[in-house]
Write a protein that binds this ligand. Sequence first.
Ligand SMILES: [Zn+2]
Length: 343
Amino acid sequence: MARAPFEIAGTRISPGSRTQIDVPVARLYTHAPLYIPIEVVHGRQPGPVMLVCGGIHGDEINGVEIVRRLLRSKQLQGLRGTLIAVPIVNVFGFVQHSRYLPDRRDLNRCFPGSESGSLGGRMAALFREQIVDHATHVIDLHTGAIHRTNLPQIRAQLTPGGETERMADAFGAPVILNAELREGSLRHYAQNRGIPVLTYEAGEALRFDQWAITPGVRGVLRVMRRLGMLAGEKRRRLVPAAEVANGSSWARAPIDGILRPQVRLGARVAKDELLGRVADPFGNAEGEVRSVADGIVIGMSRLPLANEGEALFHIARFDAIEEAESAIEDFHSSLEPPPDALY
Ligand SMILES: [Zn+2]
């Protein structure tokens, strides 16, 4: 018997076909309609329904490129199951180069939302009902906030042997943060609904970073392969080892001033090691930023201007620090020579 069409946002997609849909979300003041653009690839064979979405924070654009490359991948030709690809969720913020919605709310704190709530609540409710609730698995793509960059990392709530752990393991990012769920996030909503969900964090807002995009595309494809949605590669690349962090903390600016970092993203650091110096413009006053723990620098500020207390270096702690360090070395060598486009 032929597989049934996939129905989403009022559209039917036949097995073995793909369709782009503009999902109406709101109107601008000018009366012009605003849409969330999505593409659905409905395989001939049954399988999971994977939602891959970017741009819930409108200024995080690495995910938009990850989705574009994913959709161009020839590997999707033999897809089993269904891929729902959403390059930009917060279309308002994307147009404005902003993380937020026009009412300054963070869409990723508005889930599950409600049809009679704020703009953010309504958008969250619409995205959830029209799109997320159709998925059996979710990968949500993010970057660091503005002026902050993240080492490629997966954030997920892991239970041993669970489906989320299986996805996190398959993705192959060098670091996995077994992170608490944040109230109102898409990840929180999906997890509570029993949908296994990963957040991929890599790179910086408003920037394209090949070292974030290429592993992101590879990671999504690896997860789809692990779930049986794609056939195994002929030349099977080994999934790089990932180490699970057991916590993380920020090293903060001791005084107001100008930062001179002393470490790179991905560096292994010891507790109390010097990470950077903050000085006033004359160098009269100078303060040292020291690591709060033994760990790996998984995020850092890219803007050398700091106010006292500002978060500058994000340090992840590991039980197996040596393994974490070598996972990062393997990750870097897996990207050598530096990644180029995978069109
Ligand atoms: Zn984000």
